[in-house]
Each structure stands twice: as structure tokens, then as C-alpha cells.
Design a protein around this ligand. Structure first.
Ligand code: CDV
Length: 314
């Protein structure tokens, strides 16, 4: 018996600052229904999918909390859970989480086809800066607005397989996929918000799409897992965001890819048993890895190169 899961990447186009949660949830519902009509069982939404990408601004505390969810589901997001249960379609959703004791995380949840929350993941690798940097054309204040997730990458038994989650910048780090792979993850859901312009080194701008594909495809191949990478793309509040959502097989091949920078659904039949082809052969972790020699990966680097000064624009 094959274990094929029909996975949808539900890419979002830009969300403006004045769009309400209700407006955005209506867009998510339209994508969920479109995905269900195409046979999807799991719909992957992007990082921070309920609002505009607010870390681009320096915000006062009262402005900031307006972008956060105190409960999940809450009154505005409940229709998504109800629709999921009614359609029998699960989803993965990124949002800004404010805990009852005041912690702020960049979070994603995995919801099963009956509308129940299977698992929560809080972003481990937070990019950007802690303080406003006025030289930048826009800010990236994730390190000011969120605490790093305290929990390790994990595998969850869901959708007939082992599913993992990572968020945006996590996808650039090989440790993310390897740790998920060691947990037996067969499909990893990754939402992202990636400004194409990278102010500390604008030479990287032209490579944004290439790097996005490179890291997710190599992570899939080197760990024998499916990767669903899903963007919030397009021109959002004056900042061009990378789209190029894609679903990648354990072979490293892209099996479905968005062709717009707007709201768009792509669907792929993901055979989870393909993972064992790679993990049972070339990437047989137990047989071929040499973990006794990998200690420095989990220690702080002993020799640290001095980081370069940011290449500011004039
Ligand atoms: N939301 C993100 O984590 N964005 C980063 C940008 C800042 C490089 C990313 O890795 O795409």
C-alpha cells in the first residue's frame, strides 16, 4: 500500500497593513477550498500568514501587539478550523503568537483533517537585528519582536506519515533538515517571507530565488524528505517579497511550483515511501554517518571570523 499524501502549497500574495484578520482569513478559506477541490489533504500556508510582514517597521508596543494572536483558534481564525473539519483537509499555518504570560514567538501549527491541532513549532533561527537600523530602507526586526523558539525540531505522526515544521530562515540552515531527518520526518512544511532586497549585502538580491530553491532542494535530497516551501510573495507595503513556492521530492526535484506572485494553489501527490529509497541507500544515516566526529556542529565555533561590516547603500 502506498502512502501518498496530496499536499497543497497555498501561496499568498501581499497582505496590506490595513487588511483585517477577517479579510485575510477569507483569502485563506478561498485557497483552502480551491486546494480541497483539487484533492489536497494538507494545505501549507506561509509564515506569519494572518498579517502583513510587520518586522519591516519599527513599532511601538501597542502597535506591535495588534499583529499577534492571543489564542488559536480565535474568533477570526475559527472559520478556518471549521472549514478544515468540514472539508476533511488539514493545514499548516504561520502566525505571530502572544502567550498568556507575555512571550512572543514566530509560530506555526499543524492541524489535522478533523480540525484538531497536532503540533506547534516556534521559529528557532531568527534573522535580522535587535535594534532599529536607520540606514536600512526597511527594517527586519524579528530579533526585537520575537524570542527564539526554545524547543528542538520535532516529528509528528500525522497525515499517515511523519511531518515536521520549520519557518523561513530555518530553511537556510542544514541543521534544520538533518535534525528533522534524524527524527524520521518525511515531509517538512516551511512558510516564508523573504524580501528580495537584502540590505546588508545587495549583491545577494539577484540570487534570492536561486538560494531559496538551493537550500530547500538540497535539504530534501540530503535527508530523503519531501519539502513544501510556501511564500507570502509580491509587492507588500513597498517591499518586493520572493514568491516561487515549491514542492520538492526526496530526489531534490521540484514537482510543483507557483508561477505567480499572488494567491495561488499548487498540489502534488507526495509518496512518503519515496523517502526510504534515499534513506535506505545513499543516505542511510545509521550506516554511513560519523556522528562521533560531528561534535563541533553542536558546540560554539572555536575559531570565529570577524563578521564583515554591513555594506550600506548610499
Ligand atoms: N522571514 C525571514 O526569516 N526572512 C529571512 C530574510 C531576512 C533573509 C529569510 O531567510 O528569508
Amino acid at each position: 500500500m502506498t502512502r501518498v499524501v496530496n499536499v497543497a502549497a497555498a501561496q499568498l500574495g501581499p497582505i496590506s497593513r490595513d487588511e483585517t484578520r477577517t479579510d485575510v482569513v477569507a483569502r485563506l478559506l478561498a485557497l483552502l477550498h480551491a486546494a480541497a477541490q483539487r484533492g489536497a489533504e494538507l494545505v501549507v500556508f506561509p509564515e506569519l500568514a494572518l498579517t502583513t510582514f510587520f518586522p519591516r517597521w519599527e513599532l511601538a508596543d501597542d502597535e506591535l501587539v495588534a499583529f499577534f494572536e492571543r489564542e488559536m483558534p480565535g474568533p477570526e481564525t475559527k472559520p478556518l478550523f471549521d472549514a478544515a473539519a468540514m472539508l476533511g483537509v488539514g493545514f499548516h499555518l504561520g502566525y505571530a503568537e502572544l502567550t498568556p504570560d507575555g512571550h512572543r514567538y514566530n509560530t506555526a501549527i499543524l492541524v489535522e483533517r478533523d480540525g484538531s491541532v497536532v503540533a506547534k513549532y516556534r521559529k528557532i533561527h531568527l534573522p535580522g537585528h535587535e535594534e532599529p537600523e536607520p540606514w536600512r530602507p526597511f527594517q527586519h526586526l524579528e530579533r526585537a519582536y520575537f524570542e527564539p523558539g526554545p524547543d528542538a525540531f520535532a516529528a509528528h505522526d500525522a497525515f499517515g506519515g511523519r511531518v515536521g515544521m520549520a519557518i523561513c530562515n530555518d530553511r537556510r540552515w542544514s541543521e534544520t533538515y538533518r535534525l528533522l531527518g534524524l527524527e524520521g520526518v518525511e515531509l517538512v512544511c516551511i512558510g516564508y517571507n523573504t524580501p528580495i532586497h537584502y540590505p546588508p549585502d545587495p549583491d545577494q538580491d539577484r540570487l534570492a530565488g536561486f538560494h531559496n530553491h538551493l537550500v530547500m532542494a538540497s535539504g530534501a535530497y540530503q535527508n530523503g524528505m519531501w519539502v513544501a516551501g510556501v511564500a507570502k510573495g509580491g509587492l507588500e507595503e513597498g517591499v518586493e517579497m520572493l514568491a516561487e513556492s515549491q514542492i520538492i521530492a526526496p530526489s531534490g526535484e521540484v514537482v510543483a511550483r507557483c508561477t505567480t506572485a499572488g494567491d495561488e494553489v499548487i498540489v502534488a501527490a507526495c509518496d512518503l515511501d519515496l523517502c526510504t529509497h534515499y534513506r535506505g541507500t545513499l543516505f542511510n544515516f545509521d550506516r554511513y554517518r560519523r556522528p562521533e566526529l560531528y561534535g563541533p556542529i553542536s558546540e560554539r565555533p572555536r575559531v570565529q571570523a570577524k563578521p564583515p561590516a554591513p555594506r550600506r547603500e548610499h
